[in-house]
Design a protein around this ligand. Sequence first.
Ligand SMILES: [Zn+2]
Length: 346
Amino acid sequence: MPESIVSLENTLNELEARVRERIDAAVTPEDLEAVRLEALSRKAPLNQFGKQMGQLPPEERARVGKLLNAVKEGLETAFEARKAQFEREALAHRLDSEWVDLTLPAPGPRPGSLHPVTQMQAEIEDLFTSMGFAVLGGPEVETEYHNFDALNIPPHHPARDMQDTFWLTDGNLLRTHTSPVQVRGMERLGPPLRMIAPGRVFRNEEVDASHDHTFYQVEGMMVDREVSVAHLIYFMKTLLSHIFRREVTVRLRPGYFPFVEPGFELDIQCLICGGPGCPVCKQSGWVELLPCGLVQPNVLRMSGIDPEEWNGFAFGLGLTRLAMMRYAIDDIRLLQSGDLRFLTQF
Ligand SMILES: [Zn+2]
């Protein structure tokens, strides 16, 4: 066998061995593809080799040509095998990472939680129930009489402007406060009476971080013989100490509300600074919290109660506002957003 053929065959085997080494060394499918493109490209030594064959005598050329084809085919097979190996490894990795034990019990639906306003309402209901108050409900669509007239707010009274609401075409309206429930309570149950009325109320408000068209209140009243401002203060202090879970200091300032006489604004000493003044209390040391007072005799009379014999106190409290104070919620719109990222915190 001529020397030249042996040396060509050796060169070919060496080329093949070098490419196989690189196939084995490839770490990723991308590496492998780069090796394949390079090894089988037109300019690759293997293809350059074909050109040199032209100078060989015909029978040798055929023999070397056969060998060259065998080497190329062998390399193609090696590339395919390595590629398939990468695919198997990727699949095994995926099966491994996505493995689920189907024999484990299912996690079940995620438990829900009560809305912060609902929690606040439930707490206040429990407290007042324990002090002998009834919890009453009433319609959200009210008559003009129950929402305004029976509370000493006749047509053209300025207080109606402060409670702009949504009127229905039949002359009824969405209640602007839960006070109509007090009227209904007095009408139906008569004195002596201890009741609270928690619920949803509506105002035609421009919505922003501190105003919403829909919010929650709790109003309450006690009608009995010789009810005084001292009773009012006692119940309000009990209520607020319970809500804020500490002793609170309150003060009354005169305030005008058509359905009470005398009427008060009840303030609590700022829970943040304790009195000296801070941004929350606008440096005053006090935070305005709830309107209250002794029930106006006209209001009692309109509900069929004799003001000569009976009197009482009434108060109103923003449940929404209380929830915002307790949980330091700075945007009222979050409360009705239905956003679970917000709600699951409670
Ligand atoms: Zn303060």
